[in-house]
Design a protein around this ligand. Structure first.
Ligand SMILES: O=P(O)(O)OC[C@H]1O[C@H](OP(=O)(O)OP(=O)(O)O)[C@H](O)[C@@H]1O
Ligand SMILES: O=c1cc[nH]c(=O)[nH]1
Ligand SMILES: [Mg+2]
Length: 209
């Protein structure tokens, strides 16, 4: 069973509350999504391997640590996942970025794929899949399956708000994938929206509704 890490950092909690408000406009919404993604990236990269190096300071030689060169990849689920990319890249600028296009059919709530482009060396990388919303879990589960089908072995999923149904589905379909969430909400409503949630993340990011 994958681990579920619920972010309890006060800065994350504060920013998520601002994100939820219906009075937060697209500009501020985009800024908050990027900032929260950056803070979550910090938490989700805690176990990156380090190696010993030697650095010459202006005073003396020092034994120091540096990243051991683990290759990372970031895969946002279009559209809403795009809002989290720059926050991640701020901290791991060497990561390669792939894209998976999925939308959730509003009637069936099933994910429909329309795009997939991953880095050519994706199987050598630890992949962080990004989507602000984990509702039924259908989109995240399908995206992770595409990525596994390309030969990737180590995958983590980062989302801002999750419903218990989505967590359960992901844990069942992909027990090897760790899940990082900024907030775990109560439930889904009859239209598959997270309650209380924040509405439609894609529409709020891009101002389409
Ligand atoms: O867990 P699920 O029930 O699959 O729902 C979550 C999905 O729904 C939203 O995308 P949407 O279909 O609205 O597409 P968009 O990002 O283009 O707005 C969200 O960004 C997730 O991808
Ligand atoms: O609450 C939800 C559920 C799915 N997608 C969203 O953007 N919001
Ligand atoms: Mg949407």
């Amino acid at each position: 069973m994958g681990h579920v890490f619920v972010m309890d950092h006060p800065l994350i909690q504060h920013k998520v509350s601002m994100l939820r408000s219906k009075d937060t406009g697209s500009k501020e919404f985009r800024e908050l999504v990027e900032e929260i993604a950056m803070l979550m990236c910090y938490e989700a990269t805690r176990d990156l391997p380090l190696e010993e190096i030697e650095v010459e300071t202006p005073v003396a030689k020092a034994k120091a640590k540096a990243l051991a060169g683990k290759k990372l990849g970031i895969v946002p689920i279009l559209r809403a996942g795009l809002g989290m990319v720059d926050g991640m890249l701020n901290l791991v600028p060497a990561a390669k970025v792939g894209h998976i296009g999925l939308y959730r059919d509003p009637e069936t709530l099933e994910p429909v794929e329309y795009y997939c482009k991953l880095p050519y060396d994706a199987p050598e990388r630890d992949i962080y899949v990004l989507d602000p919303m984990l509702a039924t879990g259908g989109s995240a589960s399908a995206a992770i399956q595409f990525i596994k089908d390309k030969g990737v072995q180590r995958i983590r999923f980062l989302c801002l708000i999750a419903a218990p149904e989505g967590i359960e589905r992901l844990n069942k379909d992909h027990p090897d994938v760790d899940i990082y969430v900024a907030a775990l909400d109560e439930r889904l409503n009859d239209h598959g929206y997270i309650v209380p949630g924040l509405g439609d993340a894609g529409d709020r990011l891009f101002g389409t509704k």
